[in-house]
Design a binder for this molecule. Structure first.
Ligand SMILES: [Zn+2]
Length: 316
């Protein structure tokens, strides 16, 4: 930031004689930061330092002590208007997975199927939350002509509240998923978004899915939490994962609201479960996932039994 300011100053574009951050945000190379007493010392220029006093609890104190003792590495430090974020890197031993669990994200739920034949379904009410806040923002917008200050304040308040809700939901969901994976010793299979982006325009379903949930952020939380407990995470190409039969590769056709049926072999199942099975098959070293020959009453009951409500209150 300081460097950028000097450049602007030279061109006569900056006012004043010191940089003023509109919105403070700095990323710092860990190399430039030392821990000193109760503060972090940031090198601004050679032999010129900025000190930021740290406030922390017991948990952070332990990490800081390990850092000082040279047992922990530190990642890119971020300073913004509310605090200093110091990411500690801990080397965790990678666990050899006993199986895999694939995750499919869609408009109303997140479905996961494992090679040890468990189906988890996390129901989310994110779409409702989003449209409720969308409506709120629209009403606040109407207020902006008559009471611009109030409108601005309300807008900031509700935007932050919505952001927090979404983040809480994603954390809750990823935590429960990774806890399950840990208990069962499962590696995690996620969809490679690079491939998804390329196909957005062609698929309505893909488009809706991407807009219904902060997809990439959920993946980030899942991967982060999985790595902390040493579970491997792999990304696979999700191409045709919801349109091809996981048993014979034939074309699937919708058969009821959530069910797909293979025109070639007659295999029939929940379409999100099918997507997961296809992802599982593409994970390296995963082997053949257990495929129920046909969705029976019993296997439906199994899916319904593991529905996990991952909802947030939608009032407020
Ligand atoms: Zn088939």
């Amino acid at each position: 930031m300081v460097k950028g300011f000097r450049r602007l100053k030279r061109r006569g574009l900056a006012k004043g004689d010191r940089p003023v951050a509109e919105k403070l945000f700095m990323r710092l190379d860990p190399f430039l930061v030392r821990y000193q007493g109760d503060a972090v010392r940031i090198s601004v220029k050679p032999r010129e330092f900025l000190y930021i006093r740290l406030k922390y609890g017991d948990y952070q104190r332990r990490l800081i002590e390990e850092w000082r003792a040279g047992k922990l590495e530190v990642g890119e430090i971020v300073v913004n208007g509310t605090g200093v974020y110091i990411p500690f890197k801990k080397a965790t031993a990678q666990v050899e997975p006993r199986g895999w669990i694939a995750v499919d994200v869609n408009e109303t739920n997140v479905t996961a199927v494992s090679t040890d034949s468990h189906v988890l379904r996390f129901e989310t009410n994110l779409r409702e939350i989003r449209s409720a806040y969308f409506e709120k923002r629209r009403r606040i917008q109407e207020l902006s002509k008559r009471k611009p200050k109030t409108s601005e304040r309300l807008m900031a308040k509700y935007s932050e509240r919505e952001r927090n809700r979404v983040r809480d939901l994603l954390h809750k969901l990823s935590r429960r998923l990774v806890e399950f994976a840990k208990q069962h010793g499962l590696g995690i299979v996620l969809e490679d978004l690079k491939h998804i982006r390329a196909r957005i325009r062609r698929s309505k379903r893909m488009n809706r899915r991407l807009h219904s949930l902060p997809f990439r952020r959920l993946q980030f939380y899942v991967e982060y939490k999985a790595r902390l407990v040493g579970l491997p995470v792999v990304y696979v190409d999700p191409k045709h994962s919801s349109t091809l039969c996981p048993v014979c590769g034939g074309r699937l056709a919708p058969n009821g609201r959530r069910v797909s049926r293979c025109g070639r072999c007659g295999y029939e199942s929940d379409r999100d479960v099918i997507a997961c099975l296809n992802l599982l098959r593409r994970a390296p070293g995963c082997g053949e996932p257990p495929l129920p020959p046909k969705a029976t009453e019993a296997s439906w009951a199994e899916v319904e039994r593991v529905v996990i409500k991952c909802r947030l209150r939608d009032n407020g």
